[in-house]
Write a protein that binds this ligand. Structure first.
Ligand code: GDP
Length: 437
């Protein structure tokens, strides 16, 4: 519970073993006792942590009741809290209060969701970094740079007799260059950020019996794989989020690969065409124990403009396909021989993916990475405002006009950290939280 009166509610339902009045209980302490209902019956034996304002998550008075698990007891305690004056928290309300009370900025609040929802270690790490305020710091730095120049501009506008346009113009132009460079660097980090957050959208294609489902199974059953399954965007598809060796893959239409087993047609060329269209990475698998078939060649034609890894499967059998075959090397320089059946060569695939996506270069300890589309859009908008400000400068517009565009940059950046954000946006952001977070 959080809020000025939460200790009053607690007092009605919690009987401490060694009773102390609330004034005598310090923050960051834990008291032992029983939760009792209004008739004095013991509901559970609990530990209660006390946090006193302003030293708590929300900066308000807070307490946390640690009961034994299980649905009935927990539900009963919640009911008692509500019956004795507490209100049920909205989704994200604790974090929202922390934001509204100024303990964290909006970026940090959003990163709490990212940490909770993280599907991979890398993703959790970027979330934590953002929670620590790395991105906020970066944005504040850029804003300060703009503010410094803005102060000079305002002086010039307010006291035109001191106007020294040449100096000011140079200052503005240098500042715009530097700000644009920093914003563009942040913007670019989104590609990596997106990979970390959403995974590399990967499809496995190949004619029937090439070994698609064997490869899929080898990947999914890997000891170190963290697998999250969820429904795909179109009906009847399943997407699987896998992280192996720190490489986040979003495998698309894994259901198609599995269910195709009994169908006469299996995955046809048309279907493959559709699937590969949106993919960041295509893994094309061929049965190397047989010559390339017409269907294989059609598949090669389909993927020639994609980031592709060609897999020559069944290398435990006699090989009929040569890895130097021009028809393959023309499509991709990444050609890997494996046996999906014996699970050999699978590591090489991961190494190749790391290489193709520069994953080793994403150094989370040094770089600020943007993972949130809201931030990316606002940074794009800020870059546009920088460009507009530069145009007005080049067109020798009066300073007060230039100032308007520079203020736009500040506003875009303020929207990211939440200083000038509207209630609607705040509501939307916090609605993505789960209850009680
Ligand atoms: P899909 O139709 O592309 O999904 O292919 P499957 O994964 O179902 O494999 C087709 C057949 O090839 C199955 O009988 C597999 O056991 C077999 N197979 C798959 N990979 C290998 C391999 O590396 N070596 C051998 N010898 N057989 C394989």
């Amino acid at each position: 519970m959080s809020g000025e009166k939460c200790f009053n509610v607690l007092d009605k339902i919690f009987v401490q073993k060694n009773k102390k009045p609330i004034e005598d209980i310090k923050g960051y302490t834990i008291k032992y006792g029983n939760i009792v209902d209004n008739d004095g019956n013991v509901v559970d034996e609990v530990l209660v942590s006390y946090f006193k304002a302003p030293k708590s998550y929300t900066t308000e008075n807070m307490c946390e009741i640690n009961s034994h698990g299980g649905n009935i007891v927990v539900k009963k305690i919640l009911e008692l809290c509500l019956k004795n004056g507490a209100d049920l928290a909205e989704p994200g309300e604790f974090t929202k209060r922390a934001f509204l009370n100024g303990r964290i900025d909006l970026l940090q609040a959003e990163s709490v969701i990212d940490v909770i929802n993280a599907k991979s270690e890398r993703e959790a790490k970027t979330g934590i970094k953002q929670l620590e305020g790395f991105l906020s710091k970066k944005i504040t730095e850029i804003k300060k740079e703009i503010m410094n120049v803005m102060t000079n501009i305002e002086v010039s506008i307010d006291y035109p007799e001191y106007d020294t346009p040449d100096v000011t113009n140079k200052q503005i132009s240098d500042m715009l260059d530097s700000v644009q460079e920093k914003l563009e660097k942040l913007e670019k980090s989104f590609d990596n950020g997106k990979i970390i957050k959403e995974g590399i959208k990967t499809v496995i294609v190949g004619r029937p019996n090439a070994g698609k489902s064997s490869l899929l199974n080898a990947i999914l059953k890997e000891d170190r794989a963290i697998v999250t399954q969820y429904e795909g965007t179109t009906r009847d598809t399943i997407e699987e989020f896998v992280t192996v060796n720190g490489i986040p893959l979003k495998l698309v239409d894994t259901a198609g690969i599995r269910d195709a087993k009994d169908e006469v047609e299996k995955i046809g060329i048309e279907k493959s065409r559709e699937m590969t269209k949106e993919a960041d990475l295509v893994i094309a698998i061929f049965d190397a124990s047989e010559d390339l078939t017409k269907e294989d060649l059609e598949i090669l034609d389909l993927i020639k403009n994609k980031k592709t890894i060609i897999i020559l499967n069944k290398n435990d059998l006699n090989q009929k396909i040569d890895e130097n075959d021009k028809r393959l090397t023309n499509v991709s320089s990444s050609i890997i021989k494996i046996s999906a059946l014996n699970k050999t060569g699978i590591e090489d695939i991961y190494d190749e993916i790391s290489r193709l996506f520069d994953l080793n270069e994403i150094n989370l300890d040094q770089e600020v990475v943007i993972t949130n589309i809201r931030h990316k859009n606002l940074i794009d908008k800020a870059i546009e405002s920088v460009k507009k400000a530069r145009e007005t400068l080049e067109e020798k517009m009066p300073l007060d006009i230039i100032a308007i565009f520079i203020k736009d940059i500040l506003e875009d950046l303020g929207n990211i950290t939440g200083e000038v954000v509207t209630d609607d946006i705040i509501d939307e952001i916090f609605s993505k939280f789960c209850l009680g977070k």
